[in-house]
Design a protein around this ligand. Structure first.
Ligand SMILES: [Zn+2]
Length: 349
């Protein structure tokens, strides 16, 4: 998210498987059970049964765990990566790590290599772009992009002997979310539409990576259905009845649609996100501009639950891996719903 904007904000501010056991169900007499069972003898479609099984197993053995997430975050937000400034040695290490995760999980390069170079940047700068072809003969021609920026601001003014802006929340958390979703779909191959997993560079320099890629893919006439971006999802929202807020909430029906796929209210509206026009402040926006298709960002940073934005204090120790695992595991049926819907039901209003 662009610095100038949030500096202003800083100046201004500073200042839970909802498959709960239904307690109301009372033990019924054999006849009643008989009766119910006969009602339930309608043959269930394979999809429905699979859906139920997936939901049950997703609760019983969740895909993403706090331990795994902690391991990924420990590397991405480590001092060794020196705050992953665009063009730095630190971000190069992050890129190699991402490429390894992709190649180990059936995620192929979308271009000749994973690296989509920014032609006019004064240091080696590139997005990392992977793809997973869809399993449906028709829908595989349509794409869904799942993205996040992997750069941060590098070294900044020293504070208590520390000058590394580690960028744990901003945006090692979004990067980790995209990597875990890539790992899930690379294994399950449960996507009818084709998917592109993208880690953007130079977001902190003005959305340069996403602008470059959006324009390039538009020129190539990519059939883009939707773009879903993750930004600063390391700390849970407090006192909200939803898991993450969606930028540009009122622009489309994306929130309603994804909430229909989730087993709880996944997406919500944050008034501050509208007030500060966050819809335009992250890597979703260039895709909105180039394609005019629903391109929005999920975040859990609400300007009150995290005080280390663009500071050296944006460290691993501030992150909540249990929350991140919960968000990622609940994102799986949401993204599966988006990539498998028989029609493009997410639309701008
Ligand atoms: Zn950011």
């Amino acid at each position: 998210m662009k610095k100038s904007f949030l500096f202003l904000t800083g100046m201004l501010i500073l200042s839970c498987g909802s498959s709960k056991i239904d307690e109301s169900v009372t033990l019924q007499s054999e006849e009643a059970v008989q009766f119910d069972r006969s009602l339930m003898e309608v043959p269930k479609k394979a999809d429905e049964i699979n859906g139920i099984n997936n939901a049950v197993s997703a609760v019983q053995n969740p895909f993403a765990t706090a331990t795994e997430i902690g391991a990924i975050m420990s590397f991405l937000a480590s001092d060794e990566l020196q705050g992953r400034d665009t063009g730095s040695d630190g971000i190069e290490k992050a890129a190699e790590f991402i490429e390894n995760v992709f190649s180990n999980n059936n995620i192929k390069p979308y271009f000749d290599t994973y690296r989509d170079n920014l032609p006019d940047y004064d240091a080696p700068a590139f997005n990392v772009v992977g793809m997973l072809e869809g399993n449906d003969p028709a829908l595989k021609n349509e794409f869904v992009i799942v993205g996040a920026h992997y750069d941060h601001i590098g070294l900044i003014a020293e504070e208590n002997g520390d000058k590394i802006a580690n960028g744990a929340n901003d945006n090692a958390t979004g990067t980790t979310t995209v990597l875990e979703l890539a790992r899930y779909f690379g294994k399950s191959k449960s996507n009818k539409r084709s998917m592109m997993f993208v880690l953007f560079t130079a977001e902190e320099k003005g959305l340069l990576g996403s602008k470059h890629l959006a324009q390039k893919l538009k020129q190539e006439n990519l059939n883009l259905y939707a773009m879903i971006n993750y930004e600063m999802v390391g700390v849970p929202l407090v006192g909200k009845d939803y898991l993450a807020y969606l930028t540009g909430f009122e622009e489309s029906n994306m929130a309603d649609v994804v909430n229909s796929y989730a087993d709880q209210t996944y997406a919500g509206f944050l008034p501050k996100a509208k007030e500060f026009n966050l819809f335009k402040r992250s890597d979703n926006y260039p895709f909105h501009e180039s394609f005019g298709v629903p391109s929005q960002t999920f975040s859990t940073f609400d300007f009150t639950n995290f005080n280390h934005y663009h500071k050296v204090g944006d460290e691993l120790s501030e992150m909540d891996f249990v929350h991140m695992a919960d968000l990622i595991n609940k994102s799986i049926p949401v993204i599966e719903g988006v990539v498998n819907a028989s029609t493009k039901e997410i639309k701008y209003n």
